[in-house]
Design a protein around this ligand. Structure first.
Ligand SMILES: CC/C=C\C/C=C\C/C=C\C/C=C\C=C\C(=O)SCCNC(=O)CCNC(=O)[C@H](O)C(C)(C)COP(=O)(O)OP(=O)(O)OC[C@H]1O[C@@H](n2cnc3c(N)ncnc32)[C@H](O)[C@@H]1OP(=O)(O)O
Ligand SMILES: Cc1cc2nc3c(=O)[nH]c(=O)nc-3n(C[C@H](O)[C@H](O)[C@H](O)COP(=O)(O)OP(=O)(O)OC[C@H]3O[C@@H](n4cnc5c(N)ncnc54)[C@H](O)[C@@H]3O)c2cc1C
Length: 602
């Protein structure tokens, strides 16, 4: 119910209070991150911690890190990540902002040469940030060396006014009533703003005092390292958002009753309808699947970071493909699922008090930020095409593409599934996913060799990423899992996750000859049985996410199931209900009604 201005101020207040508590309680970095997570309102601090600090860590020299991170860690400065421009987002190489070195003063001149080069979108830029890592084309000795990162001070640390040459503001209201409206995504134009040479982030490349451009021995793709880091964290965010929506829809489905009353008895819980189960339980399974793959991705990221520190860059392409692909598939699936959960809750799901509209609005842009999901999947496709060509020339693939080394078998194998029960076998499931992904990648490589196109391979990329998710779920189940019967429940969810994908993408599985139509229909039969088996534990499986009512923020998803009184109470809180007769009655309603009454008496 807050206006944009009030909402923004509320975010400032919460962030300041959270920081105060962080200091008072000596919270660790991890604890402080959790506190931010549970505040659950996008704000400038997200950009400061999730992008500004990591960008300096990844791209700054030790000296630069010491200087800037010391201030950033104490919140003496507030930073953002200013990459996207009004005319350029996905294509980072197309950015127009310039950083021209002036050897006479040992400074860079930061400039926005056109309207389209205005920085546009950076979170916290509009009203809050005092500093930013700004991405700009480095020009020295008359040559354009492409995009590099620069630390810029944007606002005075005394009175917060923009520094000379900097025009800065908010880009305006966004989707939904809350969601990203709490964030001051900003616009910024630079008019020949001078910064010292040592504010270029110099781990990847340096400009000497004389203006010489010098490469470091690290790959230039490390410039994109911050995005890799954030994409990895977004997979965990997607899993959390999806599990919240599913928790609301499952709990409400157990309370809501419609039809099916026998002899005057109670109606049927909607969760007992097979159609409800077949729409909802794949989301429940996906929430668990995304959580496990998110945990694995965190491990992969830590591993690649350790390798980078010892100058081993070999796993960087895989880390890029996995983070890009998983960010894309999990956020798209999550946005679609939250929308569907609204429908699964019927009309009440459309009320703000269900919590679902806000959840949808806040998670929808994850399909776009940190890389548009289609653009990112095309990056995965590019990686797959390279791997296929390496396999063809005899190189053994490793990591998530190791299965491609089994090309002889996977290109011609037939699924072993013969009965409904055979679809319980994880090895049989994995084999059809591997065969589908490989055959689609090889088909795509063949198409490209006939007619090269940047846009080929989108579907092959989706198939590869889904294989990763299925594989990591299966691998998780090979670990010890505590709790009586928990593993059995997770096995059922793993089956649902994999088989619902076979159902959804049956065209791919059939056209690549990985399964027959009969096997496809056996998979559907198995799926129906799994839904029925999961039903008795569905509520426990969402209770296991352990969300408080406060965090869930939903009248429908309440732990105690007292849905109707909660909806009723929430309705009375609406400002429209502050008066019995609404504002506007005297000016607009009364004259209209009176006039109609007069006319009818004529
Ligand atoms: C309540 C809220 C709480 C918390 C929120 C928490 C998290 C959310 C946080 C923030 C959300 C809010 C903020 C969002 C911020 C942003 O959006 S920042 C801007 C993000 N922008 C993008 O992601 C742009 C996407 N574009 C690109 O990444 C690149 O342009 C590209 C599409 C990858 C293309 O790159 P390029 O032009 O260089 O072209 P290629 O020829 O395709 O690539 C060259 C080679 O480099 C390899 N590559 C590309 N990227 C990477 C990488 N990241 N790492 C490693 N390697 C990379 C590519 O594969 C090529 O390799 P080759 O094939 O071997 O040649
Ligand atoms: C809430 C939010 C917060 C953000 N925060 C920040 C921030 O803090 N800092 C920052 O720098 N940026 C930020 N951004 C910007 C964000 O990173 C970009 O919006 C994103 O990278 C997508 O770029 P774009 O908007 O230029 O989309 P476009 O690339 O213009 O995409 C438009 C359409 O074109 C399609 N398309 C584009 N290229 C191709 C292609 N090669 N092949 C096929 N289809 C293609 C896309 O799929 C999409 O459908 C934020 C954005 C949002 C929504």
């Amino acid at each position: 119910m807050l206006s944009r201005k009030e909402l923004f101020k509320d975010t400032l207040k919460k962030a300041a209070h959270a920081w105060k508590r962080t200091v008072e309680l000596h919270l660790t970095e991890e604890e402080a991150n959790l506190l931010r997570l549970y505040i659950d309102q996008p704000g400038y601090v997200d950009l400061h911690w999730v992008m500004f600090v990591p960008a300096i860590k990844g791209q700054g020299t030790e000296e630069q890190q010491k200087k800037w991170l010391t201030m950033a860690y104490k919140f003496q400065i507030i930073g953002t990540y200013a990459q996207t421009e009004l005319g350029h987002g996905s294509n980072v190489q197309g950015l127009e902002t310039t950083a021209t070195f002036d050897p006479s003063t040992d400074e860079f001149i930061m400039h926005s040469p056109t309207l389209t080069s205005s920085k546009w979108w950076p979170g916290g830029l509009g009203k809050t940030s005092t500093h930013a890592v700004v991405y700009a084309r480095l020009i020295t000795e008359g040559k354009d060396y492409g995009i590099h990162g620069f630390i810029m001070q944007l606002r005075s640390l005394d009175d917060h006014s923009p520094l000379p040459g900097i025009t800065i503001g908010d880009i305006g209201g966004k989707f939904g009533s809350g969601a990203y409206n709490s964030m001051d995504n900003g616009v910024m134009r630079l008019d020949h703003v001078r910064i010292p040479r040592d504010q270029m982030l110099m781990r990847l490349a340096q400009v000497t005092r004389e203006g010489k451009y010098v490469h470091s021995d690290v790959p230039k793709q490390l410039l994109y390292g911050t995005m890799v880091y954030v994409r990895q964290t977004i997979v965990a965010d997607a899993s959390r958002a999806l599990s919240r929506a599913v928790c609301i829809a499952v709990r409400y489905g157990a309370i809501r009753k419609q039809f099916g009353s026998k002899a005057g008895g109670p109606e049927t819980q909607v969760l007992n309808y097979k159609t409800q189960q077949s729409r909802l339980f794949p989301f429940l399974a996906s929430a668990y699947a995304f959580r496990f793959v998110g945990q694995w991705l965190k491990w992969l990221y830590t591993d690649v970071t350790q390798k980078l520190e010892s100058k081993d860059f070999s796993t960087l392409p895989e880390a890029h493909a996995c983070t890009a692909g998983l960010k894309s598939v999990t956020t798209s699936a999550t946005a679609d699922a939250i929308e569907e959960c609204q429908k699964l809750c019927g009309g009440h799901g459309y009320l703000n008090s269900s919590g679902l509209p806000e959840l949808f609005a806040v998670n929808l842009p994850a399909c776009t930020y940190e890389g548009d999901n289609v653009v990112l999947l095309l990056q995965v496709a590019r990686f797959l095409m390279k791997t296929v060509s390496q396999v063809a020339s005899g190189k053994q693939p490793v990591g998530t593409t190791a299965y491609m080394g089994n090309i002889q078998h996977l290109m011609q194998c037939k699924s072993v599934v013969n009965t409904v029960e055979d679809w319980l076998n994880p090895a049989a499931i994995k084999e059809v996913f591997e065969a589908r992904a490989l055959r689609m990648a090889v088909n795509c490589a063949q198409n490209i060799s006939k007619a090269p196109s940047q846009e080929e391979g989108f579907e092959a990329a989706v198939a590869h990423v889904q294989l990763i998710i299925v594989t990591k779920f299966i691998e998780k189940l090979q670990e010890d899992i505590l709790g009586h019967g928990v593993k059995e429940q997770l096995q059922k969810l793993c089956g649902i996750y994999a088989l619902h994908l076979i159902h959804k993408h049956l065209g791919d599985f059939l056209s690549t000859g990985c399964v027959t139509a009969r096997q496809g229909s056996l998979a559907n039969e198995r799926l129906g049985k799994l839904y029925a088996q999961v039903r008795p534990n569905a509520v426990a499986l969402v209770d296991a996410f352990d969300y408080t009512d406060h965090y869930l923020g939903s009248a429908l998803g309440r732990y105690d199931g007292d849905v109707y009184s909660a909806l009723y109470k929430e309705a009375w809180k609406d400002p429209l209900n502050e008066t019995v007769v609404p504002d506007g009655y005297q000016e607009h309603l009364r004259p209209l009604l009176k006039q109609q009454l007069k006319l009818s008496r004529l």
